[in-house]
Design a protein around this ligand. Structure first.
Ligand code: HEM
Length: 406
C-alpha cells in the first residue's frame, strides 16, 4: 500500500519535474538550471530515480528524501527554481510564482493564431476599480465589485422610479379633447425600422440581464441545471441578436436623424424640464422633443456605437484584431458599463412609449396620432402641418410623388 502511494507521488513529482524542465524563459524568469541539479543530482547525490544525463528535471522522487526543513534557509523565498530543486527536488514553487506573475514562455505557434500560447497567467495590471493583480483577477474584481452591484442598483432604481411614476402619478394624459382627425406620425418604413430594432434590443436586454444578474434572481428558483442551459441558450441568442441590433440601429439612426437636430424652442423645453417644472404645462416642441433627442444622441448614437463595437469584439467579428484575453476583458467591461446605461435610458423610453404616455404607442404601432395629441405634445410640429409645410399623411404624399418631409 505504502509502495503504491510512493509510486503515485513519484509520478506526480516526475510531472512536476517535467514542468521544471520547461520553466519559462525570458528576462523575468530564473536563470536556467546548470550543473548537477539539471540532471537530477542533489548536492552531489542522485535525486532518487535520477534523470538520465542531459534530461533536465527529475523523473521520480522518494518522499523520504524531500527536506521540508530546507525552508528554514533565510534565502529560501529568493531561490530560483533550480536552487529550489537542489534542496527540495520536485518543488517547482518558484517557477509557478513566475507563471502566476505573468511570465511568458516560448511558443512556436504563430501569434496570429495563438497570441497567448506561451502565457498561462496574464501579467499584472490595474483596471479602473481593481487592485494591481493579474489581469484575469483584475477583470473579475471590476465585474464583481463594480459593474454587477452598481449596474444592478442603477437598473433597480430606474425600475422603481418608473413604477413610482406610473402608480403614484399615472400615465401622462392628453388634456385636449380628441378630434378624430389623424396625422401620420410614423411611416411604415419608420415603424418597421423602429420595431426591428426594439425587438432585437429586448432580446439583448433580457439575455444580457440574465447573463449578468440571473444568478441572483433565477438560479435560486430554477437550480443550476436549468439555469445553466437557459443562460447558455440566451448567450447564443445574444451573440446573434447583436449584429441584427447593430444593423437596425444604423437604419434607425439615419431614419430619424433629420428630426433630431437641435431646433428653436428646445432650450425653453429643457429649462422647463419638459413640463415637470413650472406650471406643469408641456412646453411646445418640434416633431421630437429634446428628451427624445437626448435619448437619440446619447443612447442610439453614442452608447450605440460603443456597445456595438465592444460587442463585435466579443463576437470576434472584427477583422484583423488579435483576440487576447486582455482584449476580451476590456471589451467586456466597456460593453457591460455602456449596456447598463443604455438599458436605463431605454427602460425610460419604453415606459413613455407604452404605458407611460397616452397615445404615444398608437403612433408607433399604427402610424397615426390624433391632432389633439400632436398639438398638445408637439405644438411646433403640429403648426407646421396645419400651415401645410409638412404633409399630414406623408405616405400618401410620397405615393403621389410629392416631396415628403416629416
Ligand atoms: C422596447 C421597447 C420600446 C418601445 C415600447 C418604444 C416605443 C416608442 C414609441 C412609442 C416611439 C414614438 C414616440 C413619439 O411619438 O415621439 C418611439 C420612438 C423612437 N424610438 Fe422607441 N421604443 C422601444 C425601444 C427602442 C429602442 C431599443 C430604440 C433604439 C435603440 C428606440 C429608438 C427610438 C427612436 C430613435 C425613436 C424616434 C424618436 C427620436 O428619434 O427621438 N426605441 N419608440
Amino acid at each position: 500500500m505504502r509502495k503504491a502511494h510512493i509510486a503515485i507521488f513519484s509520478i506526480a513529482l516526475g510531472f512536476a519535474g517535467l514542468l521544471h524542465a520547461q520553466a519559462p524563459s525570458g528576462a523575468a524568469v530564473a536563470p536556467a538550471v546548470k550543473g548537477p541539479q539539471a540532471s537530477g543530482l542533489v548536492s552531489g547525490q542522485p535525486a532518487a530515480a535520477a534523470a538520465s544525463p542531459g534530461t533536465a528535471g527529475i523523473q521520480g522522487q522518494n518522499i523520504f528524501e524531500v527536506k521540508p526543513e530546507a525552508s528554514e534557509d533565510p534565502s529560501y523565498l529568493k531561490q530560483s527554481n533550480g536552487e529550489r530543486a537542489r534542496v527540495q527536488p520536485g518543488n517547482n514553487a518558484p517557477m509557478w510564482r513566475q507563471v502566476g506573475a505573468g511570465a511568458t514562455g516560448y511558443s512556436s505557434l504563430p501569434k496570429s493564431e495563438a497570441p497567448e500560447a506561451g502565457n498561462l497567467i496574464q501579467p499584472f495590471v490595474q483596471y479602473p476599480g481593481s487592485r494591481l493583480t493579474n489581469a484575469g483577477e483584475a477583470w473579475r474584481q471590476v465585474r464583481n465589485n463594480w459593474l454587477i452591484p452598481y449596474g444592478g442598483a442603477l437598473l433597480l432604481i430606474v425600475m422603481l422610479a418608473l413604477a413610482f411614476a406610473y402608480f403614484a402619478k399615472g400615465p401622462i394624459k392628453t388634456k385636449l379633447p380628441a378630434t378624430g382627425r389623424k396625422i401620420e406620425r410614423f411611416t411604415p418604413f419608420e415603424r418597421a425600422a423602429h420595431w426591428a430594432n426594439a425587438i432585437a434590443f429586448v432580446v439583448l436586454g433580457v439575455s444580457g440581464v440574465v447573463m449578468a444578474f440571473g444568478k441572483f434572481f433565477l438560479l435560486p428558483i430554477m437550480g443550476g441545471t436549468l439555469f445553466g442551459w437557459l443562460t447558455y441558450a440566451l448567450k447564443n441568442l445574444h451573440n446573434f441578436a447583436g449584429p441584427l441590433f447593430a444593423v437596425s440601429l444604423v437604419v434607425v439612426f439615419f431614419t430619424f436623424l433629420k428630426d433630431n437636430w437641435p431646433e428653436k424652442g428646445d432650450l425653453q423645453w429643457i429649462l422647463k424640464g419638459g413640463g415637470m417644472l413650472g406650471d406643469g404645462h408641456a412646453p411646445p416642441s418640434n416633431r421630437f422633443n429634446p428628451g427624445s433627442k437626448i435619448i437619440f444622441w446619447g443612447g442610439v448614437f453614442f452608447l450605440g456605437i460603443i456597445i456595438i463595437a465592444s460587442g463585435f469584439v466579443m463576437d470576434k467579428i472584427v477583422p484583423g484584431l488579435i483576440y487576447e484575453r486582455g482584449t476580451m476583458q476590456i471589451a467586456h467591461m466597456v460593453h457591460a458599463l455602456t449596456s447598463v446605461f443604455m438599458l436605463a435610458m431605454f427602460l425610460a423610453h419604453a415606459y413613455l412609449g407604452s404605458v407611460g404616455m397616452e397615445g404615444a404607442y398608437d403612433g408607433m404601432r399604427h402610424g397615426y396620432v390624433d391632432e389633439a395629441w400632436a398639438q398638445e405634445h408637439h405644438e411646433y410640429w403640429y403648426d407646421d402641418i396645419k400651415a401645410g409645410r409638412i404633409p399630414a399623411h406623408r405616405s400618401e404624399a410620397a405615393a403621389q410623388g410629392q416631396p415628403v418631409q416629416a
